[in-house]
Ligand binder design. Structure first.
Ligand code: Q46
Ligand code: ZN
Ligand code: ZN
Length: 306
C-alpha cells in the first residue's frame, strides 16, 4: 500500500478512511484529526490553561505530545493510584516523558489523600475497583484544576473508548448518561471544570501507532484491576464489527452525536458545593467524600491484621 499523499510506501493503514500514510503524513493525519476535534467542539483555545490527565499509558502521553505540537500550553497531572508495580512503572514513565520534554508535571497520590490506595479503597468499600477509581480520579482532577486555575481538563479517551461507553449506555438504556455523553463537557458555575477528549476522532490503534512512531516510551501493561471489565467486551464486539465493515465505530459514535443524542434529556442536575470538601455535587455530600467515609469506617481488613 502507498501513502495517499506522497505515494511513498505506507507505514500505517487506516482502513476506515480507506487510506495509507507514510510516517510523516500519518503524523499530519493525527494532528489534523485532533485539531478538528478541538475546533468542532470548541474544546479550548490557545488562551486556556489546560491540564492533561496523564496516566503514563499511550493515549494520555500521545495527547500531551500532540497538544505541545499544536502549540497549546498544557501541563500534566498524574495521580498515583497505589496499584502495585503497575502504578510505580506508570509514574516513572510519566516522569521520564515530562523531564525529557521539559513539561510541567504535577503528581497527586491517592495514598496521601486517603491513607491507602485504590486497591484497598475498593476492598474496604466492596466497590468494583474501576468504579471506586473513577470516582476518585474525577474528584482529584477537578479539584486540582479548580484550585490551581486550570480552565480545562483534557483526557486521552479515544474513539474506541467513547464507542464502547456509548454501547454500554445503550445496552443498559442509561438515558441520563446518553443525553450528556459528549467529547466536551461544559464547566458549571458551581466549580465543575470543563472536560474534553481531543483524541475522540482517532481509533485506539491509530493512537498506538502514533505513540510508537514518535518513540514515546509508554506503559504497555494494562492496569491489573481492569481484567474482566465489561468495557473490554464491548471493545471486542465493536472491533469485530469494524473488521467486517470499516468505519462502523466512527458512524456509531458520530452518528449518535449528530442524530441520536438530541432525543435524550441533556440537562445536568443542579450542583452545589459538597458539605465536606466543597467540590460540586448534586447531593449534599459528594460521591468521593461518601466513598472515603465508608472506607475509613470499614473495619481493618483481615489481610492487614497482625
Ligand atoms: S486505572 Fe482505575 Fe483504570 Fe485501573 S482501576 Fe480501573 S479505572 S483500569 S483507566
Ligand atoms: Zn506520505
Ligand atoms: Zn466532598
Amino acid at each position: 500500500m502507498k501513502c495517499v499523499k506522497c505515494r511513498q510506501p505506507a507505514a500505517v493503514e487506516v482502513r476506515r478512511h480507506n487510506a495509507g500514510f507514510c510516517r510523516d503524513h500519518f503524523v499530519e493525519h493525527v494532528l489534523r484529526q485532533v485539531q478538528r476535534a478541538i475546533a468542532d467542539e470548541a474544546m479550548f483555545t490557545r488562551d486556556d490553561r489546560i491540564l492533561v490527565a496523564v496516566s503514563g499509558g499511550k493515549d494520555s502521553l500521545a495527547l500531551w505530545d500532540i497538544l505541545q505540537r499544536l502549540g497549546y500550553a498544557a501541563d500534566g497531572l498524574h495521580i498515583q493510584l497505589g496499584i502495585g508495580a503497575y502504578s510505580e512503572e506508570s509514574a516513572q514513565r510519566t516522569r521520564a516523558f515530562a523531564e525529557a520534554r521539559r513539561l510541567r508535571l504535577h503528581v497527586v497520590s491517592v495514598a496521601e489523600e486517603l491513607g491507602f490506595g485504590i486497591e484497598e479503597l475498593a476492598r474496604r468499600t466492596r466497590r468494583i475497583p474501576c468504579s471506586a477509581c473513577g470516582t476518585t480520579k474525577r474528584h482529584l482532577f477537578n479539584r486540582f484544576a479548580r484550585e490551581h486555575g486550570y480552565t480545562v481538563v483534557a483526557t486521552g479517551h479515544n474513539l474506541d473508548d467513547e464507542a464502547a461507553t456509548l454501547l454500554g449506555n445503550i445496552l443498559h438504556w442509561q438515558t441520563e448518561y446518553l443525553g450528556r455523553q459528549a467529547a466536551a463537557m461544559p464547566a458549571d458555575g458551581a466549580g465543575l471544570v470543563r472536560k474534553v477528549k481531543p483524541l475522540v476522532r482517532l481509533a485506539e490503534r491509530e493512537v498506538a501507532a502514533y505513540a510508537v512512531l514518535q518513540g514515546i516510551d509508554y506503559e504497555v501493561d494494562e492496569c491489573p484491576m481492569a481484567r474482566g471489565a465489561t468495557s473490554h467486551l464491548y471493545k471486542e464486539v465493536l472491533n469485530r464489527l469494524e473488521e467486517a465493515a470499516p468505519g462502523t465505530k466512527d458512524q456509531f459514535l458520530f452518528g449518535f452525536y449528530e442524530r441520536g443524542r438530541r432525543h435524550f434529556p441533556r440537562e445536568a442536575p443542579a450542583l452545589r458545593p459538597c458539605r465536606v470538601c466543597g467540590e460540586p455535587t448534586p447531593g449534599e455530600v459528594c460521591a468521593f467524600c461518601r466513598l472515603a467515609e465508608r472506607a475509613r469506617a470499614a473495619a481493618t481488613p483481615r489481610s492487614a491484621r497482625s
